[in-house]
Design a protein around this ligand. Structure first.
Ligand SMILES: [Zn+2]
Ligand SMILES: [Zn+2]
Length: 275
């Protein structure tokens, strides 16, 4: 996908001669085939080197599908996640106040529940940063498979009608060439047998990066950032939003708000990391 993106930029920069365009198309096809092979879980060693996608250690045969070595698997994702049912925040002994924890009881979140793979601060920080970069598509796929398998029961219990990766503004997609929530959603879709519907939500505008903003400013930054496409039929729908990281929940809450106002009955969130 990175090659596709760079190829497109080069084609444009070089004046898009026929030969350049043909080379670009050829590279695009190869990149799409490679991605399809990964998504299909094909055991092709050429496209699918038997090494851990994170630490590059040799992989035992039984770890070829997960693409992660036993050490990384146990470090990244706990077998169970003890967290708030509402916001997914990790809990260590605090008592829930109705269905809200101390972290989310004072803010309005539009989604109903969050399924979390692991903690951003306990090993997943480096993973999430890499997932956003070109060339790390395999890592996003590995994390999608891990999320689907480790949290399978919780995800099935949601009885989602479809999965919806948080969309990226097209200008950011051109700059990065990859939207990791889409790759994670594709993996969840294969394991859960629930379709992905990408054309439900659109980014209305490009927002400032969230990382430098206070929690309150994050919610303001995202206000009105999404719109539901006109033909989306959401009346009574059960939607599972997919994102790579959830910090304050501002992004997913704003997306959930649009979906519920368009008629969705339930909006849950699945994330790789909870900060
Ligand atoms: Zn590893
Ligand atoms: Zn909470």
């Amino acid at each position: 996908m990175y090659d596709t993106h760079i190829g497109l930029k080069r084609s444009l920069a070089e004046g898009s001669s026929f030969a350049t365009a043909r080379r670009f198309l050829s590279r695009s096809t190869a990149a799409i085939r490679a991605a399809a092979c990964y998504l299909a879980g094909a055991g092709c060693d050429l496209l699918y080197p038997p090494r851990c996608v994170l630490c590059r250690a040799d992989l035992p045969a039984e770890h070829h599908v997960s693409m992660l070595c036993p050490q990384c698997l146990s470090r990244l994702a706990p077998e169970t996640w003890i967290g708030c049912r509402r916001c997914g925040g990790e809990l260590s002994g605090e008592k829930l106040v109705s269905d809200r924890c101390p972290m989310c009881k004072n803010c309005r979140l539009w989604f109903d529940t969050v399924v979390v793979l692991g903690s951003y601060h306990a090993g997943l920080n480096d993973v999430v940063v890499r997932m956003k970069r070109p060339h790390y598509e395999a890592l996003s796929i590995a994390m999608g498979r891990l999320l689907a398998n480790r949290r399978h029961a919780a995800l099935v219990d949601l009885e989602a009608d479809f999965l919806l990766p948080i969309p990226m503004h097209w200008t950011r997609w051109l700059a990065r060439g990859v939207n990791s929530p889409e790759l994670v959603a594709s993996c969840l879709s294969r394991v859960l047998r629930v379709p992905v519907r990408r054309r439900i939500l659109a980014r209305r505008r490009r927002t400032a990066p969230q990382r430098d903003l206070s929690p309150a400013a994050r919610f303001r930054n995202l206000a009105g950032a999404f719109r539901v496409r006109r033909r989306a039929k959401l009346r009574g729908a059960r939607v599972l939003l997919v994102d790579d990281i959830l910090t304050t929940g501002a992004t997913c809450s704003e997306a959930a708000k649009m979906l519920k106002q368009a008629g969705a009955a339930m909006v849950a969130v699945a994330v790789v990391a909870r900060a």
